[in-house]
Design a protein around this ligand. Structure first.
Ligand code: HSE
Length: 311
């Protein structure tokens, strides 16, 4: 049995506009990398975290990668000693599924090192528990796509019922991360606890149509279904020039555009790489015009989820 492993887990687009808390889509890049090694200490420890500017907790029980490992070991009743090194490539508070990616990579890593006693899908509860520690509620809309890849529908959390939705081959994702931070907790606090019947009807019509558009490879339908009347109108103010960003992206190759997870990252879905590059650049320029530095990531859909890197 190997004693050391390095695992990559991708960023993900939570919600995908209309699918608030129930849809998530994995991208190919960027993502976090977690290195795990076994030892005889009987303890789970975080050896180091690179790329977080010292902001993440080094205490395993408070760090999402540590929590995922602790929960995994609890489930197989093991007191194995584990050391974790986290390469935090995803920006904190970005809405790209940053906390989920570290947890997912750690869960995949420890499972493999322990001889794969669990199937990949059975690792999801450990990443969700880590999400609960990080942001107060156990969403699967980032953890599930980061773990399994592709577009995932979370029909039910308790008991977990998740459905993998096929996505068309030429679908490209754009993530533009403006250099500001929005905490998921804060972005959830601006939401209302109730919505009108009309908004409910609009939202579930679009969610169903988006899934149908993916399955039928109908890009136009995907584009016109990327509408969120529940969270986006209340969160738009948290992102400078969001409405301008969206209009510009739609004029420059995007099928649809919205807030990635709880923001501030903006996402677009496009048909083809060239359209995605164009949309990404157009959004970058809108942010630069208001002196907001940002980073653009263009990628295909990640269809395999988290995976071990050959080191
Ligand atoms: N779906 C949640 C939200 C978590 O939008 O608040 C972020 O992915």
């Amino acid at each position: 049995m190997s004693k050391k492993i390095k695992v990559f887990a991708p960023a993900s687009i939570g919600n995908v506009s209309c699918g608030f808390d129930v849809l998530g889509l994995a991208v190919t890049q960027p993502g976090d990398v977690v290195e795990i090694s076994l030892n005889d200490s009987g303890q789970v420890t975080i050896q180091s975290i690179l790329g977080d500017e010292g902001r993440l907790p080094l205490e395993a029980a408070k760090n999402t990668s540590g929590v995922a490992v602790i929960e995994f070991l609890k489930s197989i009743q093991s007191n194995q000693g584990v050391s974790i090194t986290l390469h935090k490539n995803l920006p904190l508070g970005s809405g790209m599924g940053c906390s989920a990616a570290s947890a997912v990579a750690a869960a995949v890593g420890i499972n493999e090192l322990m001889g794969s006693p669990l199937k990949k899908i059975d690792l999801l509860p450990f990443a969700m528990e880590a999400e609960r520690v990080a942001c107060g509620s156990a969403h699967a809309d980032n953890a599930a796509p980061s773990l399994l890849g592709g577009l995932i529908l979370i029909r039910e959390n308790h008991p977990l019922d998740i459905i993998e939705i096929p996505t068309p081959k030429e679908l490209f994702c754009v993530l533009v991360h403006p250099h500001i931070e929005v905490k998921t907790r804060d972005a959830r606090s601006v939401l209302k606890q109730t919505i009108s019947l009309q908004d409910g009807i609009t939202q579930w019509a679009n969610t169903a149509a988006l899934v149908a558009g993916m399955m039928k490879e109908d890009y136009e339908l995907i584009g016109r279904s990327l509408v969120d009347v529940v969270a986006e109108p209340l969160r738009a103010d948290l992102i400078p020039s969001f409405n301008k960003v969206k209009q510009t992206a739609l004029k420059n190759g995007a099928l649809g555009c919205g807030i990635s997870g709880s923001g501030p990252t903006v996402f677009c879905l496009c048909k083809g790489r060239a359209e995605a590059e164009l949309a990404g650049q157009s959004i970058r320029d809108v942010f630069l015009n208001i002196s907001l530095e940002n980073e653009v990531f263009v990628s295909e859909v990640n269809r395999q989820g988290a995976y071990a890197l050959i080191s």
